[in-house]
Design a protein around this ligand. Structure first.
Ligand code: COA
Length: 163
């Protein structure tokens, strides 16, 4: 099995949108991915390819010295194989080389899988936006990784490649 993390291209957008639909109750419209890839200078869009198939996506916004994880999802058939972990390592490493010193994200209160993953990376809960998600009025938990780069324990395994 070969896992490669590389930048998302316009050709990846339909697949990214499919993964998004199968992962979120409020998915982005396809045009949002297109905009992020082609027109948003702050966006760094990544895909994870497992044996040539795109199975994970990550969109990060780099704003001065802050990396905001805007979207992260693994196709439901490929979860618990370290794909999101690898996407995060590559995206945060690259953001660090571009000047990011902290990272930031919002996650649903009830999303145990994602919260556990972010905690493993050192993200801490710093706040809550009440009734933030409009589909079910769930709260958003704000999480921050106060200091980049990631600890050496997160260096890429030999399954992942940069860009
Ligand atoms: C959250 C999500 C991105 C994780 O993707 P993944 O590729 O399965 O994650 P990984 O295999 O890299 O796992 C990373 C860590 O996350 C945690 N984790 C992932 N899935 C988990 C689950 N179902 N239960 C508990 N912990 C889980 C674990 O700590 C795991 O590390 P471990 O396998 O060494 O224990 C995936 O479940 C997903 O796409 N969910 C829907 C979209 C979403 O919630 N995105 C995040 C929005 S903020």
């Amino acid at each position: 099995m070969s896992l490669v993390v590389r930048r998302m291209t316009v050709e990846d957008v339909p697949t990214a949108h499919e993964i998004d639909i199968s992962s979120f109750t409020l998915p982005w419209p396809e045009r949002s991915f297109r905009f992020e890839v082609t027109d948003n200078p702050a966006a760094r869009c990544w895909v994870a390819e497992l044996d040539g198939r795109v199975v994970g996506i990550l969109v990060l916004w780099l704003i001065v010295d802050e990396a905001h994880i805007a979207s992260l999802a693994t196709h439901p058939d490929f979860r618990r194989q370290g794909i999101a972990k690898q996407l995060l390592v590559v995206a945060l490493d690259k953001a660090y080389t571009e000047g990011a010193r902290t990272a930031f994200l919002e996650v649903r209160d009830g999303n145990e899988a994602a919260r556990r993953m972010y905690q493993k990376f050192g993200f801490e809960e710093v706040g809550r936006r009440e009734r933030y998600y409009k589909d079910n009025n769930e709260d958003a938990i704000l999480m921050t990784l106060k200091r980049l780069p990631l600890a050496p324990v997160f260096r890429l395994s030999d399954r992942g490649e940069r860009e």
